[in-house]
Structures are given as C-alpha cells and as structure tokens.
Design a protein around this ligand. Structure first.
Ligand SMILES: *[C@@H]1O[C@H](CO)[C@@H](O)[C@H](O)[C@H]1NC(C)=O
Ligand SMILES: *[C@@H]1O[C@H](CO)[C@@H](O)[C@H](O)[C@H]1NC(C)=O
Ligand SMILES: *[C@@H]1O[C@H](CO)[C@@H](O)[C@H](O)[C@H]1NC(C)=O
Ligand SMILES: *[C@@H]1O[C@H](CO)[C@@H](O)[C@H](O)[C@H]1NC(C)=O
Ligand SMILES: *[C@@H]1O[C@H](CO)[C@@H](O)[C@H](O)[C@H]1NC(C)=O
Ligand SMILES: *[C@@H]1O[C@H](CO)[C@@H](O)[C@H](O)[C@H]1NC(C)=O
Length: 360
C-alpha cells in the first residue's frame, strides 16, 4: 500500500496533516450527502418511538476497521452515505493521573496526560483511506469527542482530557480533512452538534452533566493561525456560552450525539438529537440511547440497550450513528478501546409488544 503524507500548513485558518492510504479513492462522496435533519432524521425519530425494552436488535454486520498502526479509542462517528465512515479517535500515549485525596488544582482533579486526536476515514467495508492528525505535538487540548455532520462540515471539540478545563471547537471539511478552529471555550467539552437553522453550537461537558450553547460565527477568530492558543490568562479570547443548562437525566452519560431534526413535529417543533452512552452503577454498566431536546437537554424518549461485546463492554460506550434501511432503524456502534469492530444492528419491527414491568 502506498502511503503519502501530505502536510500543508496553510497560512490562514486552514491546515491539514493527513496521511492518505489511497490517492485515487475520494475521502467523501461528491456531492456530500444531506445531513440527518435534511434526510432521514424524522424517520429515525418515528422509528425510535416504536422501541422498548423488548426490542430485538438483529445483528446485521460486524465491520472490522483497519488499524492506522496504533491503538485508539473511538469517540464519535459519522456516516457519509453508505460507503464512508469518519471516526474521531484518540491515541492516548501518557495517561492522566489523579491528584488523589480529592485534591483540586486549577479547577481540575488530575494531570493533563498526553495524546493526539485523529479523524480516520473508512470505506463501508472498513478499509482505511486516511488518518488526519488534528492536534500538534505537545498540545494540551488533545481529546476529541463525539462528532456530527451538518451537511458541510464535521464538528468536533478538542479538549483537555480532564474535567472543568478548556477546549476549542473545530470544524473539518470531509473532502480533504482540512480543519478550522472556530471557538475557544472554557470547560472540558465532548459531544457537539451544530444547529444550522439557528447558527448555534451545542456541546456536552464531562459526563454530559451540562450542555452549553454557543452563538456561531460570533467570536470566530478570522485570520488567526490554526491551533490559535491565547495564554490562559486572556479570558476575552474564550467565547462564553449564551446558555448553560444542567442535564436533568442521570439515566446515562451521553458520549456521541447526532442532530436529527431542527424542529421536530413529533416533539412540539423542538430541535432533537440522538445520543448514546452508558452509566456506571457500582460494577454494572448500563447502556442506552435517547432522543434529547438539544437546548434544554430534556430527554424525550429513552431506551436501555443491553448489547455487549464478547469482552462485556456495552455497545453504547462510545460512537453512535443511525440510518433507516427498508423502513427499519439501523444503529451503528463502535465500542471499546482498541476494539475496532463497527457493530450494525437493526430493530426488528416484529419484536414482542411490551406490556410493562410486571404486576404492580
Ligand atoms: C457479530 O459478532 C457477534 C459476536 O461478537 C455475533 O454474535 C454476531 O452474530 C455477529 N454478526 C454477524 C452479522 O456476523
Ligand atoms: C496551575 O495554573 C498555574 C497558572 O496558570 C500554573 O503556573 C501551574 O503550573 C498550574 N498547576 C498545575 C499543577 O497544572
Ligand atoms: C472549575 O475551575 C475553576 C477554576 O479554574 C473554579 O473556579 C470552579 O469552581 C471549578 N468548577 C467546578 C465545578 O469544579
Ligand atoms: C472495500 O471498498 C472499497 C471501496 O468502497 C473497494 O475498492 C474495495 O475493493 C473493498 N475491499 C474489500 C476487501 O472488499
Ligand atoms: C502530523 O501528524 C503526525 C502523525 O500523527 C505527527 O507525528 C506530526 O507531528 C504532525 N505534524 C504537525 C505539524 O502537527
Ligand atoms: C453546570 O453548570 C452550572 C451553571 O452554569 C454550574 O454551576 C455547575 O457547576 C456545572 N456543573 C458541572 C458538573 O459542570
């Protein structure tokens, strides 16, 4: 396999540090497919409403994703048509270490650790087409999180890998993986979605306990170099959120979200996203998926998912995607650390009807 490393540091806001494993195969379909809100988002919402605890999730495919040559933790996924997946991934090289004894230094409870953030582009059969490194060596905000595609860009957060710290918000062009830093923000931020109708960005912080809304493109650092990092003391370079709401649900912590609708008729014309995640309850890992109001974080539908990998990891631990095939709901999960099998499951519409949780 021929490997060509293309390193182009454009003088302005765009840069790409991409290793391409095929020079002839395009990274993304052209034209780009419509995002969920302009295609199957409402259909996914409708099918979600037929789900329950008795839903039978048929295994449709296990797609082994080719290794980029290092072990990564997958954080988010977007599907660009039926033959492309983009996976946000972390190559964690130095672990964070707890300060211990409940010690808090500079607002956080552990050391920074080291690592790098990547976008990996795969074909539908798991062949690796490209590996983009989104972070410079030594960068402290190296943790990529959940991702979402808005029809033009794939959005991610690059955050310190520890709670209550800092992050920057980046958008990546699917055709060449060039990236642009759009906002620099306080707090660790993970999953992100972009409401293209309202020009707002919505992020979930550590454990998805809070959701923040940022006005975009207000604060866009036009003309600043990529990876622009003002000293932490210059607070004005950070864009404050226009709103922060506390997540009212402790059912699961969301890891990755996909905006499905900008104004869903099923839910009083509210913007709705799909989120997937887990909660650790003692020694038990509870997995689940939810439809969530993007602005209030109110879950409007929730379903537990008990599927696990052979090693016992809940399938919902990290990335999630969804599609509708022949009128049926398909979910895509990429669980585990170092385990890189994309699990595709379909909700069987003939699943038994659920009467409820037994006699009251
Ligand atoms: C995918 O792998 C799981 C085991 O991890 C297996 O139970 C399932 O049948 C496989 N699905 C397909 C379509 O091969
Ligand atoms: C805390 O922040 C100060 C000021 O930015 C810095 O000098 C110091 O090294 C930080 N401490 C740790 C443990 O990161
Ligand atoms: C976050 O850190 C800041 C200082 O960096 C501190 O003032 C604030 O109380 C911390 N918040 C939480 C929730 O720990
Ligand atoms: C995987 O998909 C690509 C393009 O979609 C194709 O060129 C390639 O032959 C496929 N490889 C395998 C092993 O099926
Ligand atoms: C580009 O990515 C490679 C591979 O991760 C890394 O070794 C190199 O330092 C990166 N270069 C820059 C300028 O960020
Ligand atoms: C959530 O946000 C509220 C208000 O903005 C803040 O007081 C609280 O510390 C935050 N909690 C977490 C866990 O970030």
């Amino acid at each position: 396999m021929s490997v060509l490393t293309i390193l182009s540091l454009a003088y302005c806001v765009l840069a790409a540090n991409v290793t391409r494993f095929s020079l002839t195969v395009p990274l993304a379909p052209s034209p780009l497919p419509p995002p969920h809100p302009r295609s199957d988002g409402e259909a996914i919402i409708s099918l979600f409403q037929t789900l329950g605890r008795t839903t039978i999730w048929r295994s449709i495919a296990n797609i082994s994703l080719q290794s980029p040559g290092y072990t990564y933790e997958a954080e988010g996924i977007v599907r660009l048509g039926s033959d492309r997946y983009v996976v946000s991934a972390g190559d964690w090289t130095v672990p964070t270490v707890s300060y211990g004894n409940g010690l808090i230094i500079n607002g956080t409870d552990r050391t920074a650790g080291e690592g790098s953030a990547h976008f990996l582009v795969y074909t539908g059969n798991g062949t690796l087409l490209a590996d983009a490194t989104l972070t410079s060596p030594g960068e402290i905000e190296y943790h990529t999180g959940g991702i979402d595609f808005d029809g033009e860009y794939i959005w991610t957060t690059l955050a310190q890998y520890r709670p209550n710290t800092t992050a920057h918000i980046v958008r990546v062009k699917p055709s060449d993986l060039s990236q642009e830093t759009v906002l620099r923000v306080f707090d660790h931020q993970g999953a992100i979605v972009h409401n293209t109708a309202k020009q707002t960005l919505h992020t979930l912080n550590w454990g998805s306990r809070n959701a923040s809304t940022f006005a975009y493109p207000a604060g866009h650092p036009h003309g600043k170099p990529n990876h622009y990092k003002p000293p932490p003391s210059i607070n004005s370079a950070y864009t404050p959120p226009t709103a922060t709401v506390r997540n009212p649900s402790y059912f699961i912590d969301y890891q990755d979200c996909k905006l499905l609708s900008l104004a869903s008729p099923s839910y009083n014309y509210r913007p709705i996203m799909l989120c997937s995640g887990i909660a650790t309850l003692g020694t038990y890992y509870l997995g689940g998926i939810a439809l969530v109001d993007v602005e209030t974080m109110t879950p409007v539908a929730e379903v537990p998912i008990t599927l696990r990998t052979d090693a016992g990891v809940p399938l919902t631990v990290n990335p999630v995607e969804a599609s509708v095939v022949n009128g049926k709901l398909r979910m895509y999960w990429l669980p585990g650390i170092g385990e890189t099998v994309l699990r595709v499951h379909e909700a069987d519409p003939r699943s038994p009807f659920e009467f409820g949780g037994g006699p009251q």
